[in-house]
Structures are given as structure tokens and as C-alpha cells.
Write a protein that binds this ligand. Structure first.
Ligand code: GUN
Length: 291
């Protein structure tokens, strides 16, 4: 039986609409306009696309968008000075420093210089610790979006076996914490995991966040499982013509969709939810800052 397709695009549109409604009320009732500052260093094309998209959707939600584009050659001290200025700016409620940063800059140092209350990525060590201990924190956007889609698909996740393939700080680790928080039995698997196929076959919920195109085939998926594909990989698509490319996830969609109970597509699954959750986090940061 073919899997139900989880429509992240439609879910994200609904979430953005809800956020825009809250923003409009905040403005009308209290004169407060949530502000999101995005800092982009260098010219990485994928990062530029993300940042443009973030800016556009921030404005569409009725928020103020502040963009800081810095040269690849910017020094760590200069970048830290920008972060400090944004920390002190009362019109800025959320700060996002686009990753990856150039090699000469210590990313941890920069991320941990962000005021934790404005850390809408949830990457600051304080937020990581708060999430890990089940306390109120800013939650990283991509895993938050995945959790929202899983809750919508299942209601309660309690007691389910969840396997997260990938152990990054941005997705894998916080995803595992969130699933644990929802009472799943969680396994974090990665490139060194022994018999990864068998580990994946035990999953009621399989989250793929490895960054390797189409790595997970359908025969690694338990019949009826829910598959969340976080991967966004561009591959050659000669079938579309010379020099053409297309986006694929970390799972082999065609074979996984034959076995899974539900699956997120790429594009149109997790991707749109990430920015919608960023807007939601900015709204949350604004509300917390204003009591
Ligand atoms: N680069 C890729 N994904 C992300 C993200 O969620 N936040 C930031 N800051 N950089 C990224």
C-alpha cells in the first residue's frame, strides 16, 4: 500500500498564517513588532537562497526583517561585535547567524555570544542544556518542524520506537531529545552504526538526517512506519536534460513510499516547516521578552 504523503508545505502555510495572526494582534494591542535579524557571512549560494527566503517570509508574517551581510574575510572580532549590537537592540527579538561560517571563525564562540533569549535557532549552549533537561528553551527549528508533523500524524508518540539517523547538533541530537520528551524509545544511529539496516527496521518513526542522497532504501523501513526525510541534496538529473539537477532527500522516496505508512516528500516536506518554525520561535522570543 502506498504511504500517506505528509504535506509539509501546506502545514507550514497554516503555521505561518497562525503566526501572522498573533503578530497582527501583538501590533494592534501592544504596538510591538517582532524583529528577526539574520547574519550571513560570505557568498555560499545555498545559504543566500535560505536567507532570501527567510527575509521574505518574515516580512510576509508582519515581522521586521534585519539582514546583515558580511564579507567572507570578516574577522571573528567584527562578527562578534555585530552579534553584541543585535543583542543590545530592543527592536531585535531573534538572531540567526547562518551556518556554516568560514573556517577562520569559531562557530561555537559566535553562537554562544548570542543572547540565549534571542537565540531562535536554539543552538546556544544554554538552550541545548535546557532542552536536554526538559526545561523551557528555544527549540531548533528543523527538529521542531519534524515533531509538529509527527504529532499531527499520530497524536501521541508515547512508547513508539524512534530511530534518528544522523547525530548533528542542528538536527540529529535535538531531534532525539524532542522524541524522548514525547516518550519515544529513541536510538541515535550514524555512519558507524553496526547493521544500520536492521536498526532502521526496528523504527516506528524513522528520521533521516545524514546528508547523503537517497541512502535509505525501502527494505530498511518497517511496514507502516512513519518516515521523516530531513535531507535536501541536489543530484544530477540527466533524464531532465543535459546539465539538469533535482532535489532528493536522504531516503529513496519511491521504494520507501511503498512500505511506509506515512512519509515526507522532498521538496515540500520538512524544508518549509523549518522557516515556519523560525517565525514561530521569533514570535515566542518576542512574547517572552515582553512578559
Ligand atoms: N544552516 C543550515 N541550517 C541552518 C539552520 O537551521 N540555522 C542556521 N543558523 N544555519 C543553518
Amino acid at each position: 500500500m502506498a504511504a500517506k504523503v505528509i504535506d509539509g508545505k501546506a502545514f507550514a502555510a497554516k503555521l505561518r498564517e497562525q503566526v501572522a495572526g498573533h503578530v497582527a494582534r501583538l501590533k494592534a494591542d501592544h504596538g510591538i513588532v517582532p524583529g528577526l535579524a539574520v547574519v550571513l557571512v560570505g557568498e555560499d549560494p545555498a545559504s543566500q537562497v535560505y536567507v532570501r527566503s527567510k527575509g521574505k517570509q518574515t516580512v510576509e508574517a508582519g515581522m521586521a526583517s534585519f539582514e546583515h551581510k558580511l564579507e567572507d574575510s570578516v574577522s571573528e572580532a567584527e562578527l562578534l561585535a555585530v552579534v553584541e549590537k543585535l543583542n543590545a537592540d530592543p527592536e531585535v527579538h531573534g538572531i540567526l547567524v547562518q551556518l556554516p561560517l568560514p573556517g577562520h571563525i569559531n562557530s561555537d564562540l559566535v553562537i554562544n555570544a548570542i543572547d540565549p533569549a534571542k537565540d531562535v535557532d536554539g543552538f546556544h549552549i544554554s538552550n541545548v542544556g535546557l532542552l536536554g533537561t526538559g526545561q523551557k528553551s528555544m527549540v531548533p527549528c528543523t527538529p521542531l518542524g519534524c515533531l509538529m508533523m509527527l504529532r499531527e500524524a499520530h497524536g501521541s508518540l508515547s512508547g513508539m520506537n524512534a530511530v534518528v539517523v544522523g547525530r548533528s547538533n542542528i538536527v540529529g541530537k535535538p531531534m532525539a531529545q524532542l522524541l524522548l520528551g514525547d516518550s519515544c524509545t529513541v536510538t541515535i544511529a550514524h555512519s558507524r552504526t553496526k547493521d544500520l539496516a536492521e536498526v532502521c527496521r526496528g523504527a516506528d518513526i524513522l528520521v533521516a538526517a545524514v546528508g547523503r542522497p537517497q541512502m535509505i532504501p525501502g527494505d530498511w523501513v518497517k511496514p507502516g512506519a512513519t518516515v521523516i526525510d530531513v535531507g535536501i541534496n541536489r543530484i544530477d538529473a540527466p533524464e531532465r536534460g543535459e546539465g539538469k539537477t533535482r532535489l532528493v532527500g536522504d531516503v529513496d522516496y519511491a521504494s520507501c513510499a511503498e512500505v511506509a505508512g506515512a512519509i515526507t516528500p522532498v521538496p515540500g516536506g520538512v524544508g518549509p516547516m523549518t522557516i515556519a518554525c523560525l517565525l514561530s520561535n521569533t514570535l515566542v522570543a518576542t512574547c517572552r521578552a515582553n512578559g
